[in-house]
Write a protein that binds this ligand. Structure first.
Ligand code: SAM
Length: 122
């Protein structure tokens, strides 16, 4: 099984420059905890998670730039899910944006997709 077999392709991402509140609203509305951040050209610029929102609240940070992670760990569509799971485990994260050679987002794979596969729903 490779990443593209189970990745979520309905991509919800946000542009750079949003406020923390706007970011939190997108997460709540869409029911997601991981949001890729894209630049104007549609290229992956970072990732923000509900953990980062908690940090913003605790530290009283107001801008996304201060909390998003720009050094994003990604997967490629033909990568094995074992390799993707290993990356998540090693870095203590629960989702990886799936990108092409130009770092444009093709999907996202996380523990939800892997659980669905193991549970027999993928
Ligand atoms: N284990 C929890 C989780 O999976 O979200 C919390 C720990 S994790 C180290 C929290 C940090 O990881 C956040 O600052 C978030 O921006 C970052 N993060 C999440 N996914 C990432 C990814 N694919 N690449 C780089 N950093 C990521």
């Amino acid at each position: 099984v490779v990443v593209s077999d189970i990745m979520k392709t309905e991509i919800i991402s946000i542009r750079e420059g949003l406020s923390i509140e706007e970011t939190a609203i997108v997460m709540c509305k869409e029911g997601i905890t991981h949001l890729p951040v894209v630049s104007d050209g549609g290229v992956l610029a970072g990732i923000v998670t509900s953990w980062d929102i908690s940090k913003a609240v605790a530290m009283k940070y107001n801008s996304l730039d201060r909390i998003m992670t720009t050094d994003v760990i990604t997967a490629s569509h033909q990568e094995s899910i074992e390799s993707a799971a290993k990356k998540m485990e090693e870095h203590n994260i629960s989702a990886l944006p799936v990108v092409d050679d130009d770092r444009r987002i093709l999907g996202i794979i996380g523990s939800d997709e892997i659980n669905r596969l193991i549970g027999g729903y993928a």
